[in-house]
Write a protein that binds this ligand. Structure first.
Ligand SMILES: Nc1ncnc2c1ncn2[C@@H]1O[C@H](COP(=O)(O)OP(=O)(O)OP(=O)(O)O)[C@@H](O)[C@H]1O
Ligand SMILES: [Mg+2]
Length: 213
């Protein structure tokens, strides 16, 4: 994958100027695709340590071999594939939208963005985490990076549903010896721990709101 020049990020933003940026981190920026509002394009940012697009593409292919498209549909944003664009190499993915057509916001925004008031209670979001956790355990999927930025929240009318928009952790491990990937009970324990930690974060992020209502 091509490395962007130092001002590549500025170029990506300028050329996509009328378009929406969906999110970014130290590694990537995610923009709505100019040619298709159902798609987004993830670009590697200058100075990124990880080739996140390559890892996410590999993780998605692995996932698709293990789980059918029908089952994945409500749980993971579909990755369409890498492509060369005028702004550089990108990874094209399906955009997750709410029932009203709006772009689903990340769980991170629901918890921490002062300009956004989540319509969901901490309890309802925790139920959505538990539901996702059950799915991962049943399918034995080692998705350990359960952080709020890697999920978007879809409003189902009768409650929120989480969709994973970043499956990289299926393929990368921060452990030197990735024992939790090799030994099933360790993997299960780790998943349960990570899901509990995410629920605890939801509880503490939304606690001030609950106290003031
Ligand atoms: N398919 C998608 N649909 C809707 N929003 C998305 C989608 N993919 C990404 N986003 C938005 O972009 C943000 C960042 O996405 P993602 O986790 O894929 O990249 P990243 O975290 O910036 O990269 P990295 O994890 O490599 O640092 C998400 O929190 C979400 O708000
Ligand atoms: Mg991410």
């Amino acid at each position: 994958m091509t490395r962007h020049s130092p001002d590549a990020a500025a170029s990506i933003e300028a050329r996509h100027a009328p378009l929406q940026e969906l999110g970014r981190s130290a590694n990537r920026v995610c923009m709505l695709a100019a040619d298709n509002p159902a798609h987004c394009l993830k670009y590697r940012l200058p100075g990124a340590k990880l080739d996140a697009n390559r890892i996410e593409w590999k993780a998605w292919q692995w996932l698709r071999q293990r789980v059918g498209a029908d089952e994945l549909q409500d749980r993971f944003a579909r990755v369409i594939g890498p492509e060369r664009t005028v702004h550089g190499e990108a990874l094209r993915c399906a955009v997750i939208r709410d029932r009203d057509g709006g772009i689903a916001r990340s769980l991170y925004v629901h918890l921490y963005d002062a300009d956004f008031a989540t319509p969901h209670s901490a309890a309802a979001l925790c139920v959505a985490v538990a539901d996702f956790e059950r799915f991962l355990l049943q399918r034995k999927l080692p998705l350990f990076d359960l952080n709020a930025g890697n999920f978007v929240v879809v409003d189902e009318g009768d409650g929120p549903r989480l969709v994973c928009v970043d499956a990289k952790s299926l393929c990368v491990s921060k452990e030197i010896l990735p024992l939790s990937r090799w030994i099933a009970p360790l993997g299960k324990r780790k998943l349960r721990r990570r899901a509990a930690r995410l629920r605890a974060r939801i509880g503490s992020a939304l606690a001030p709101r609950a106290a003031s209502t």
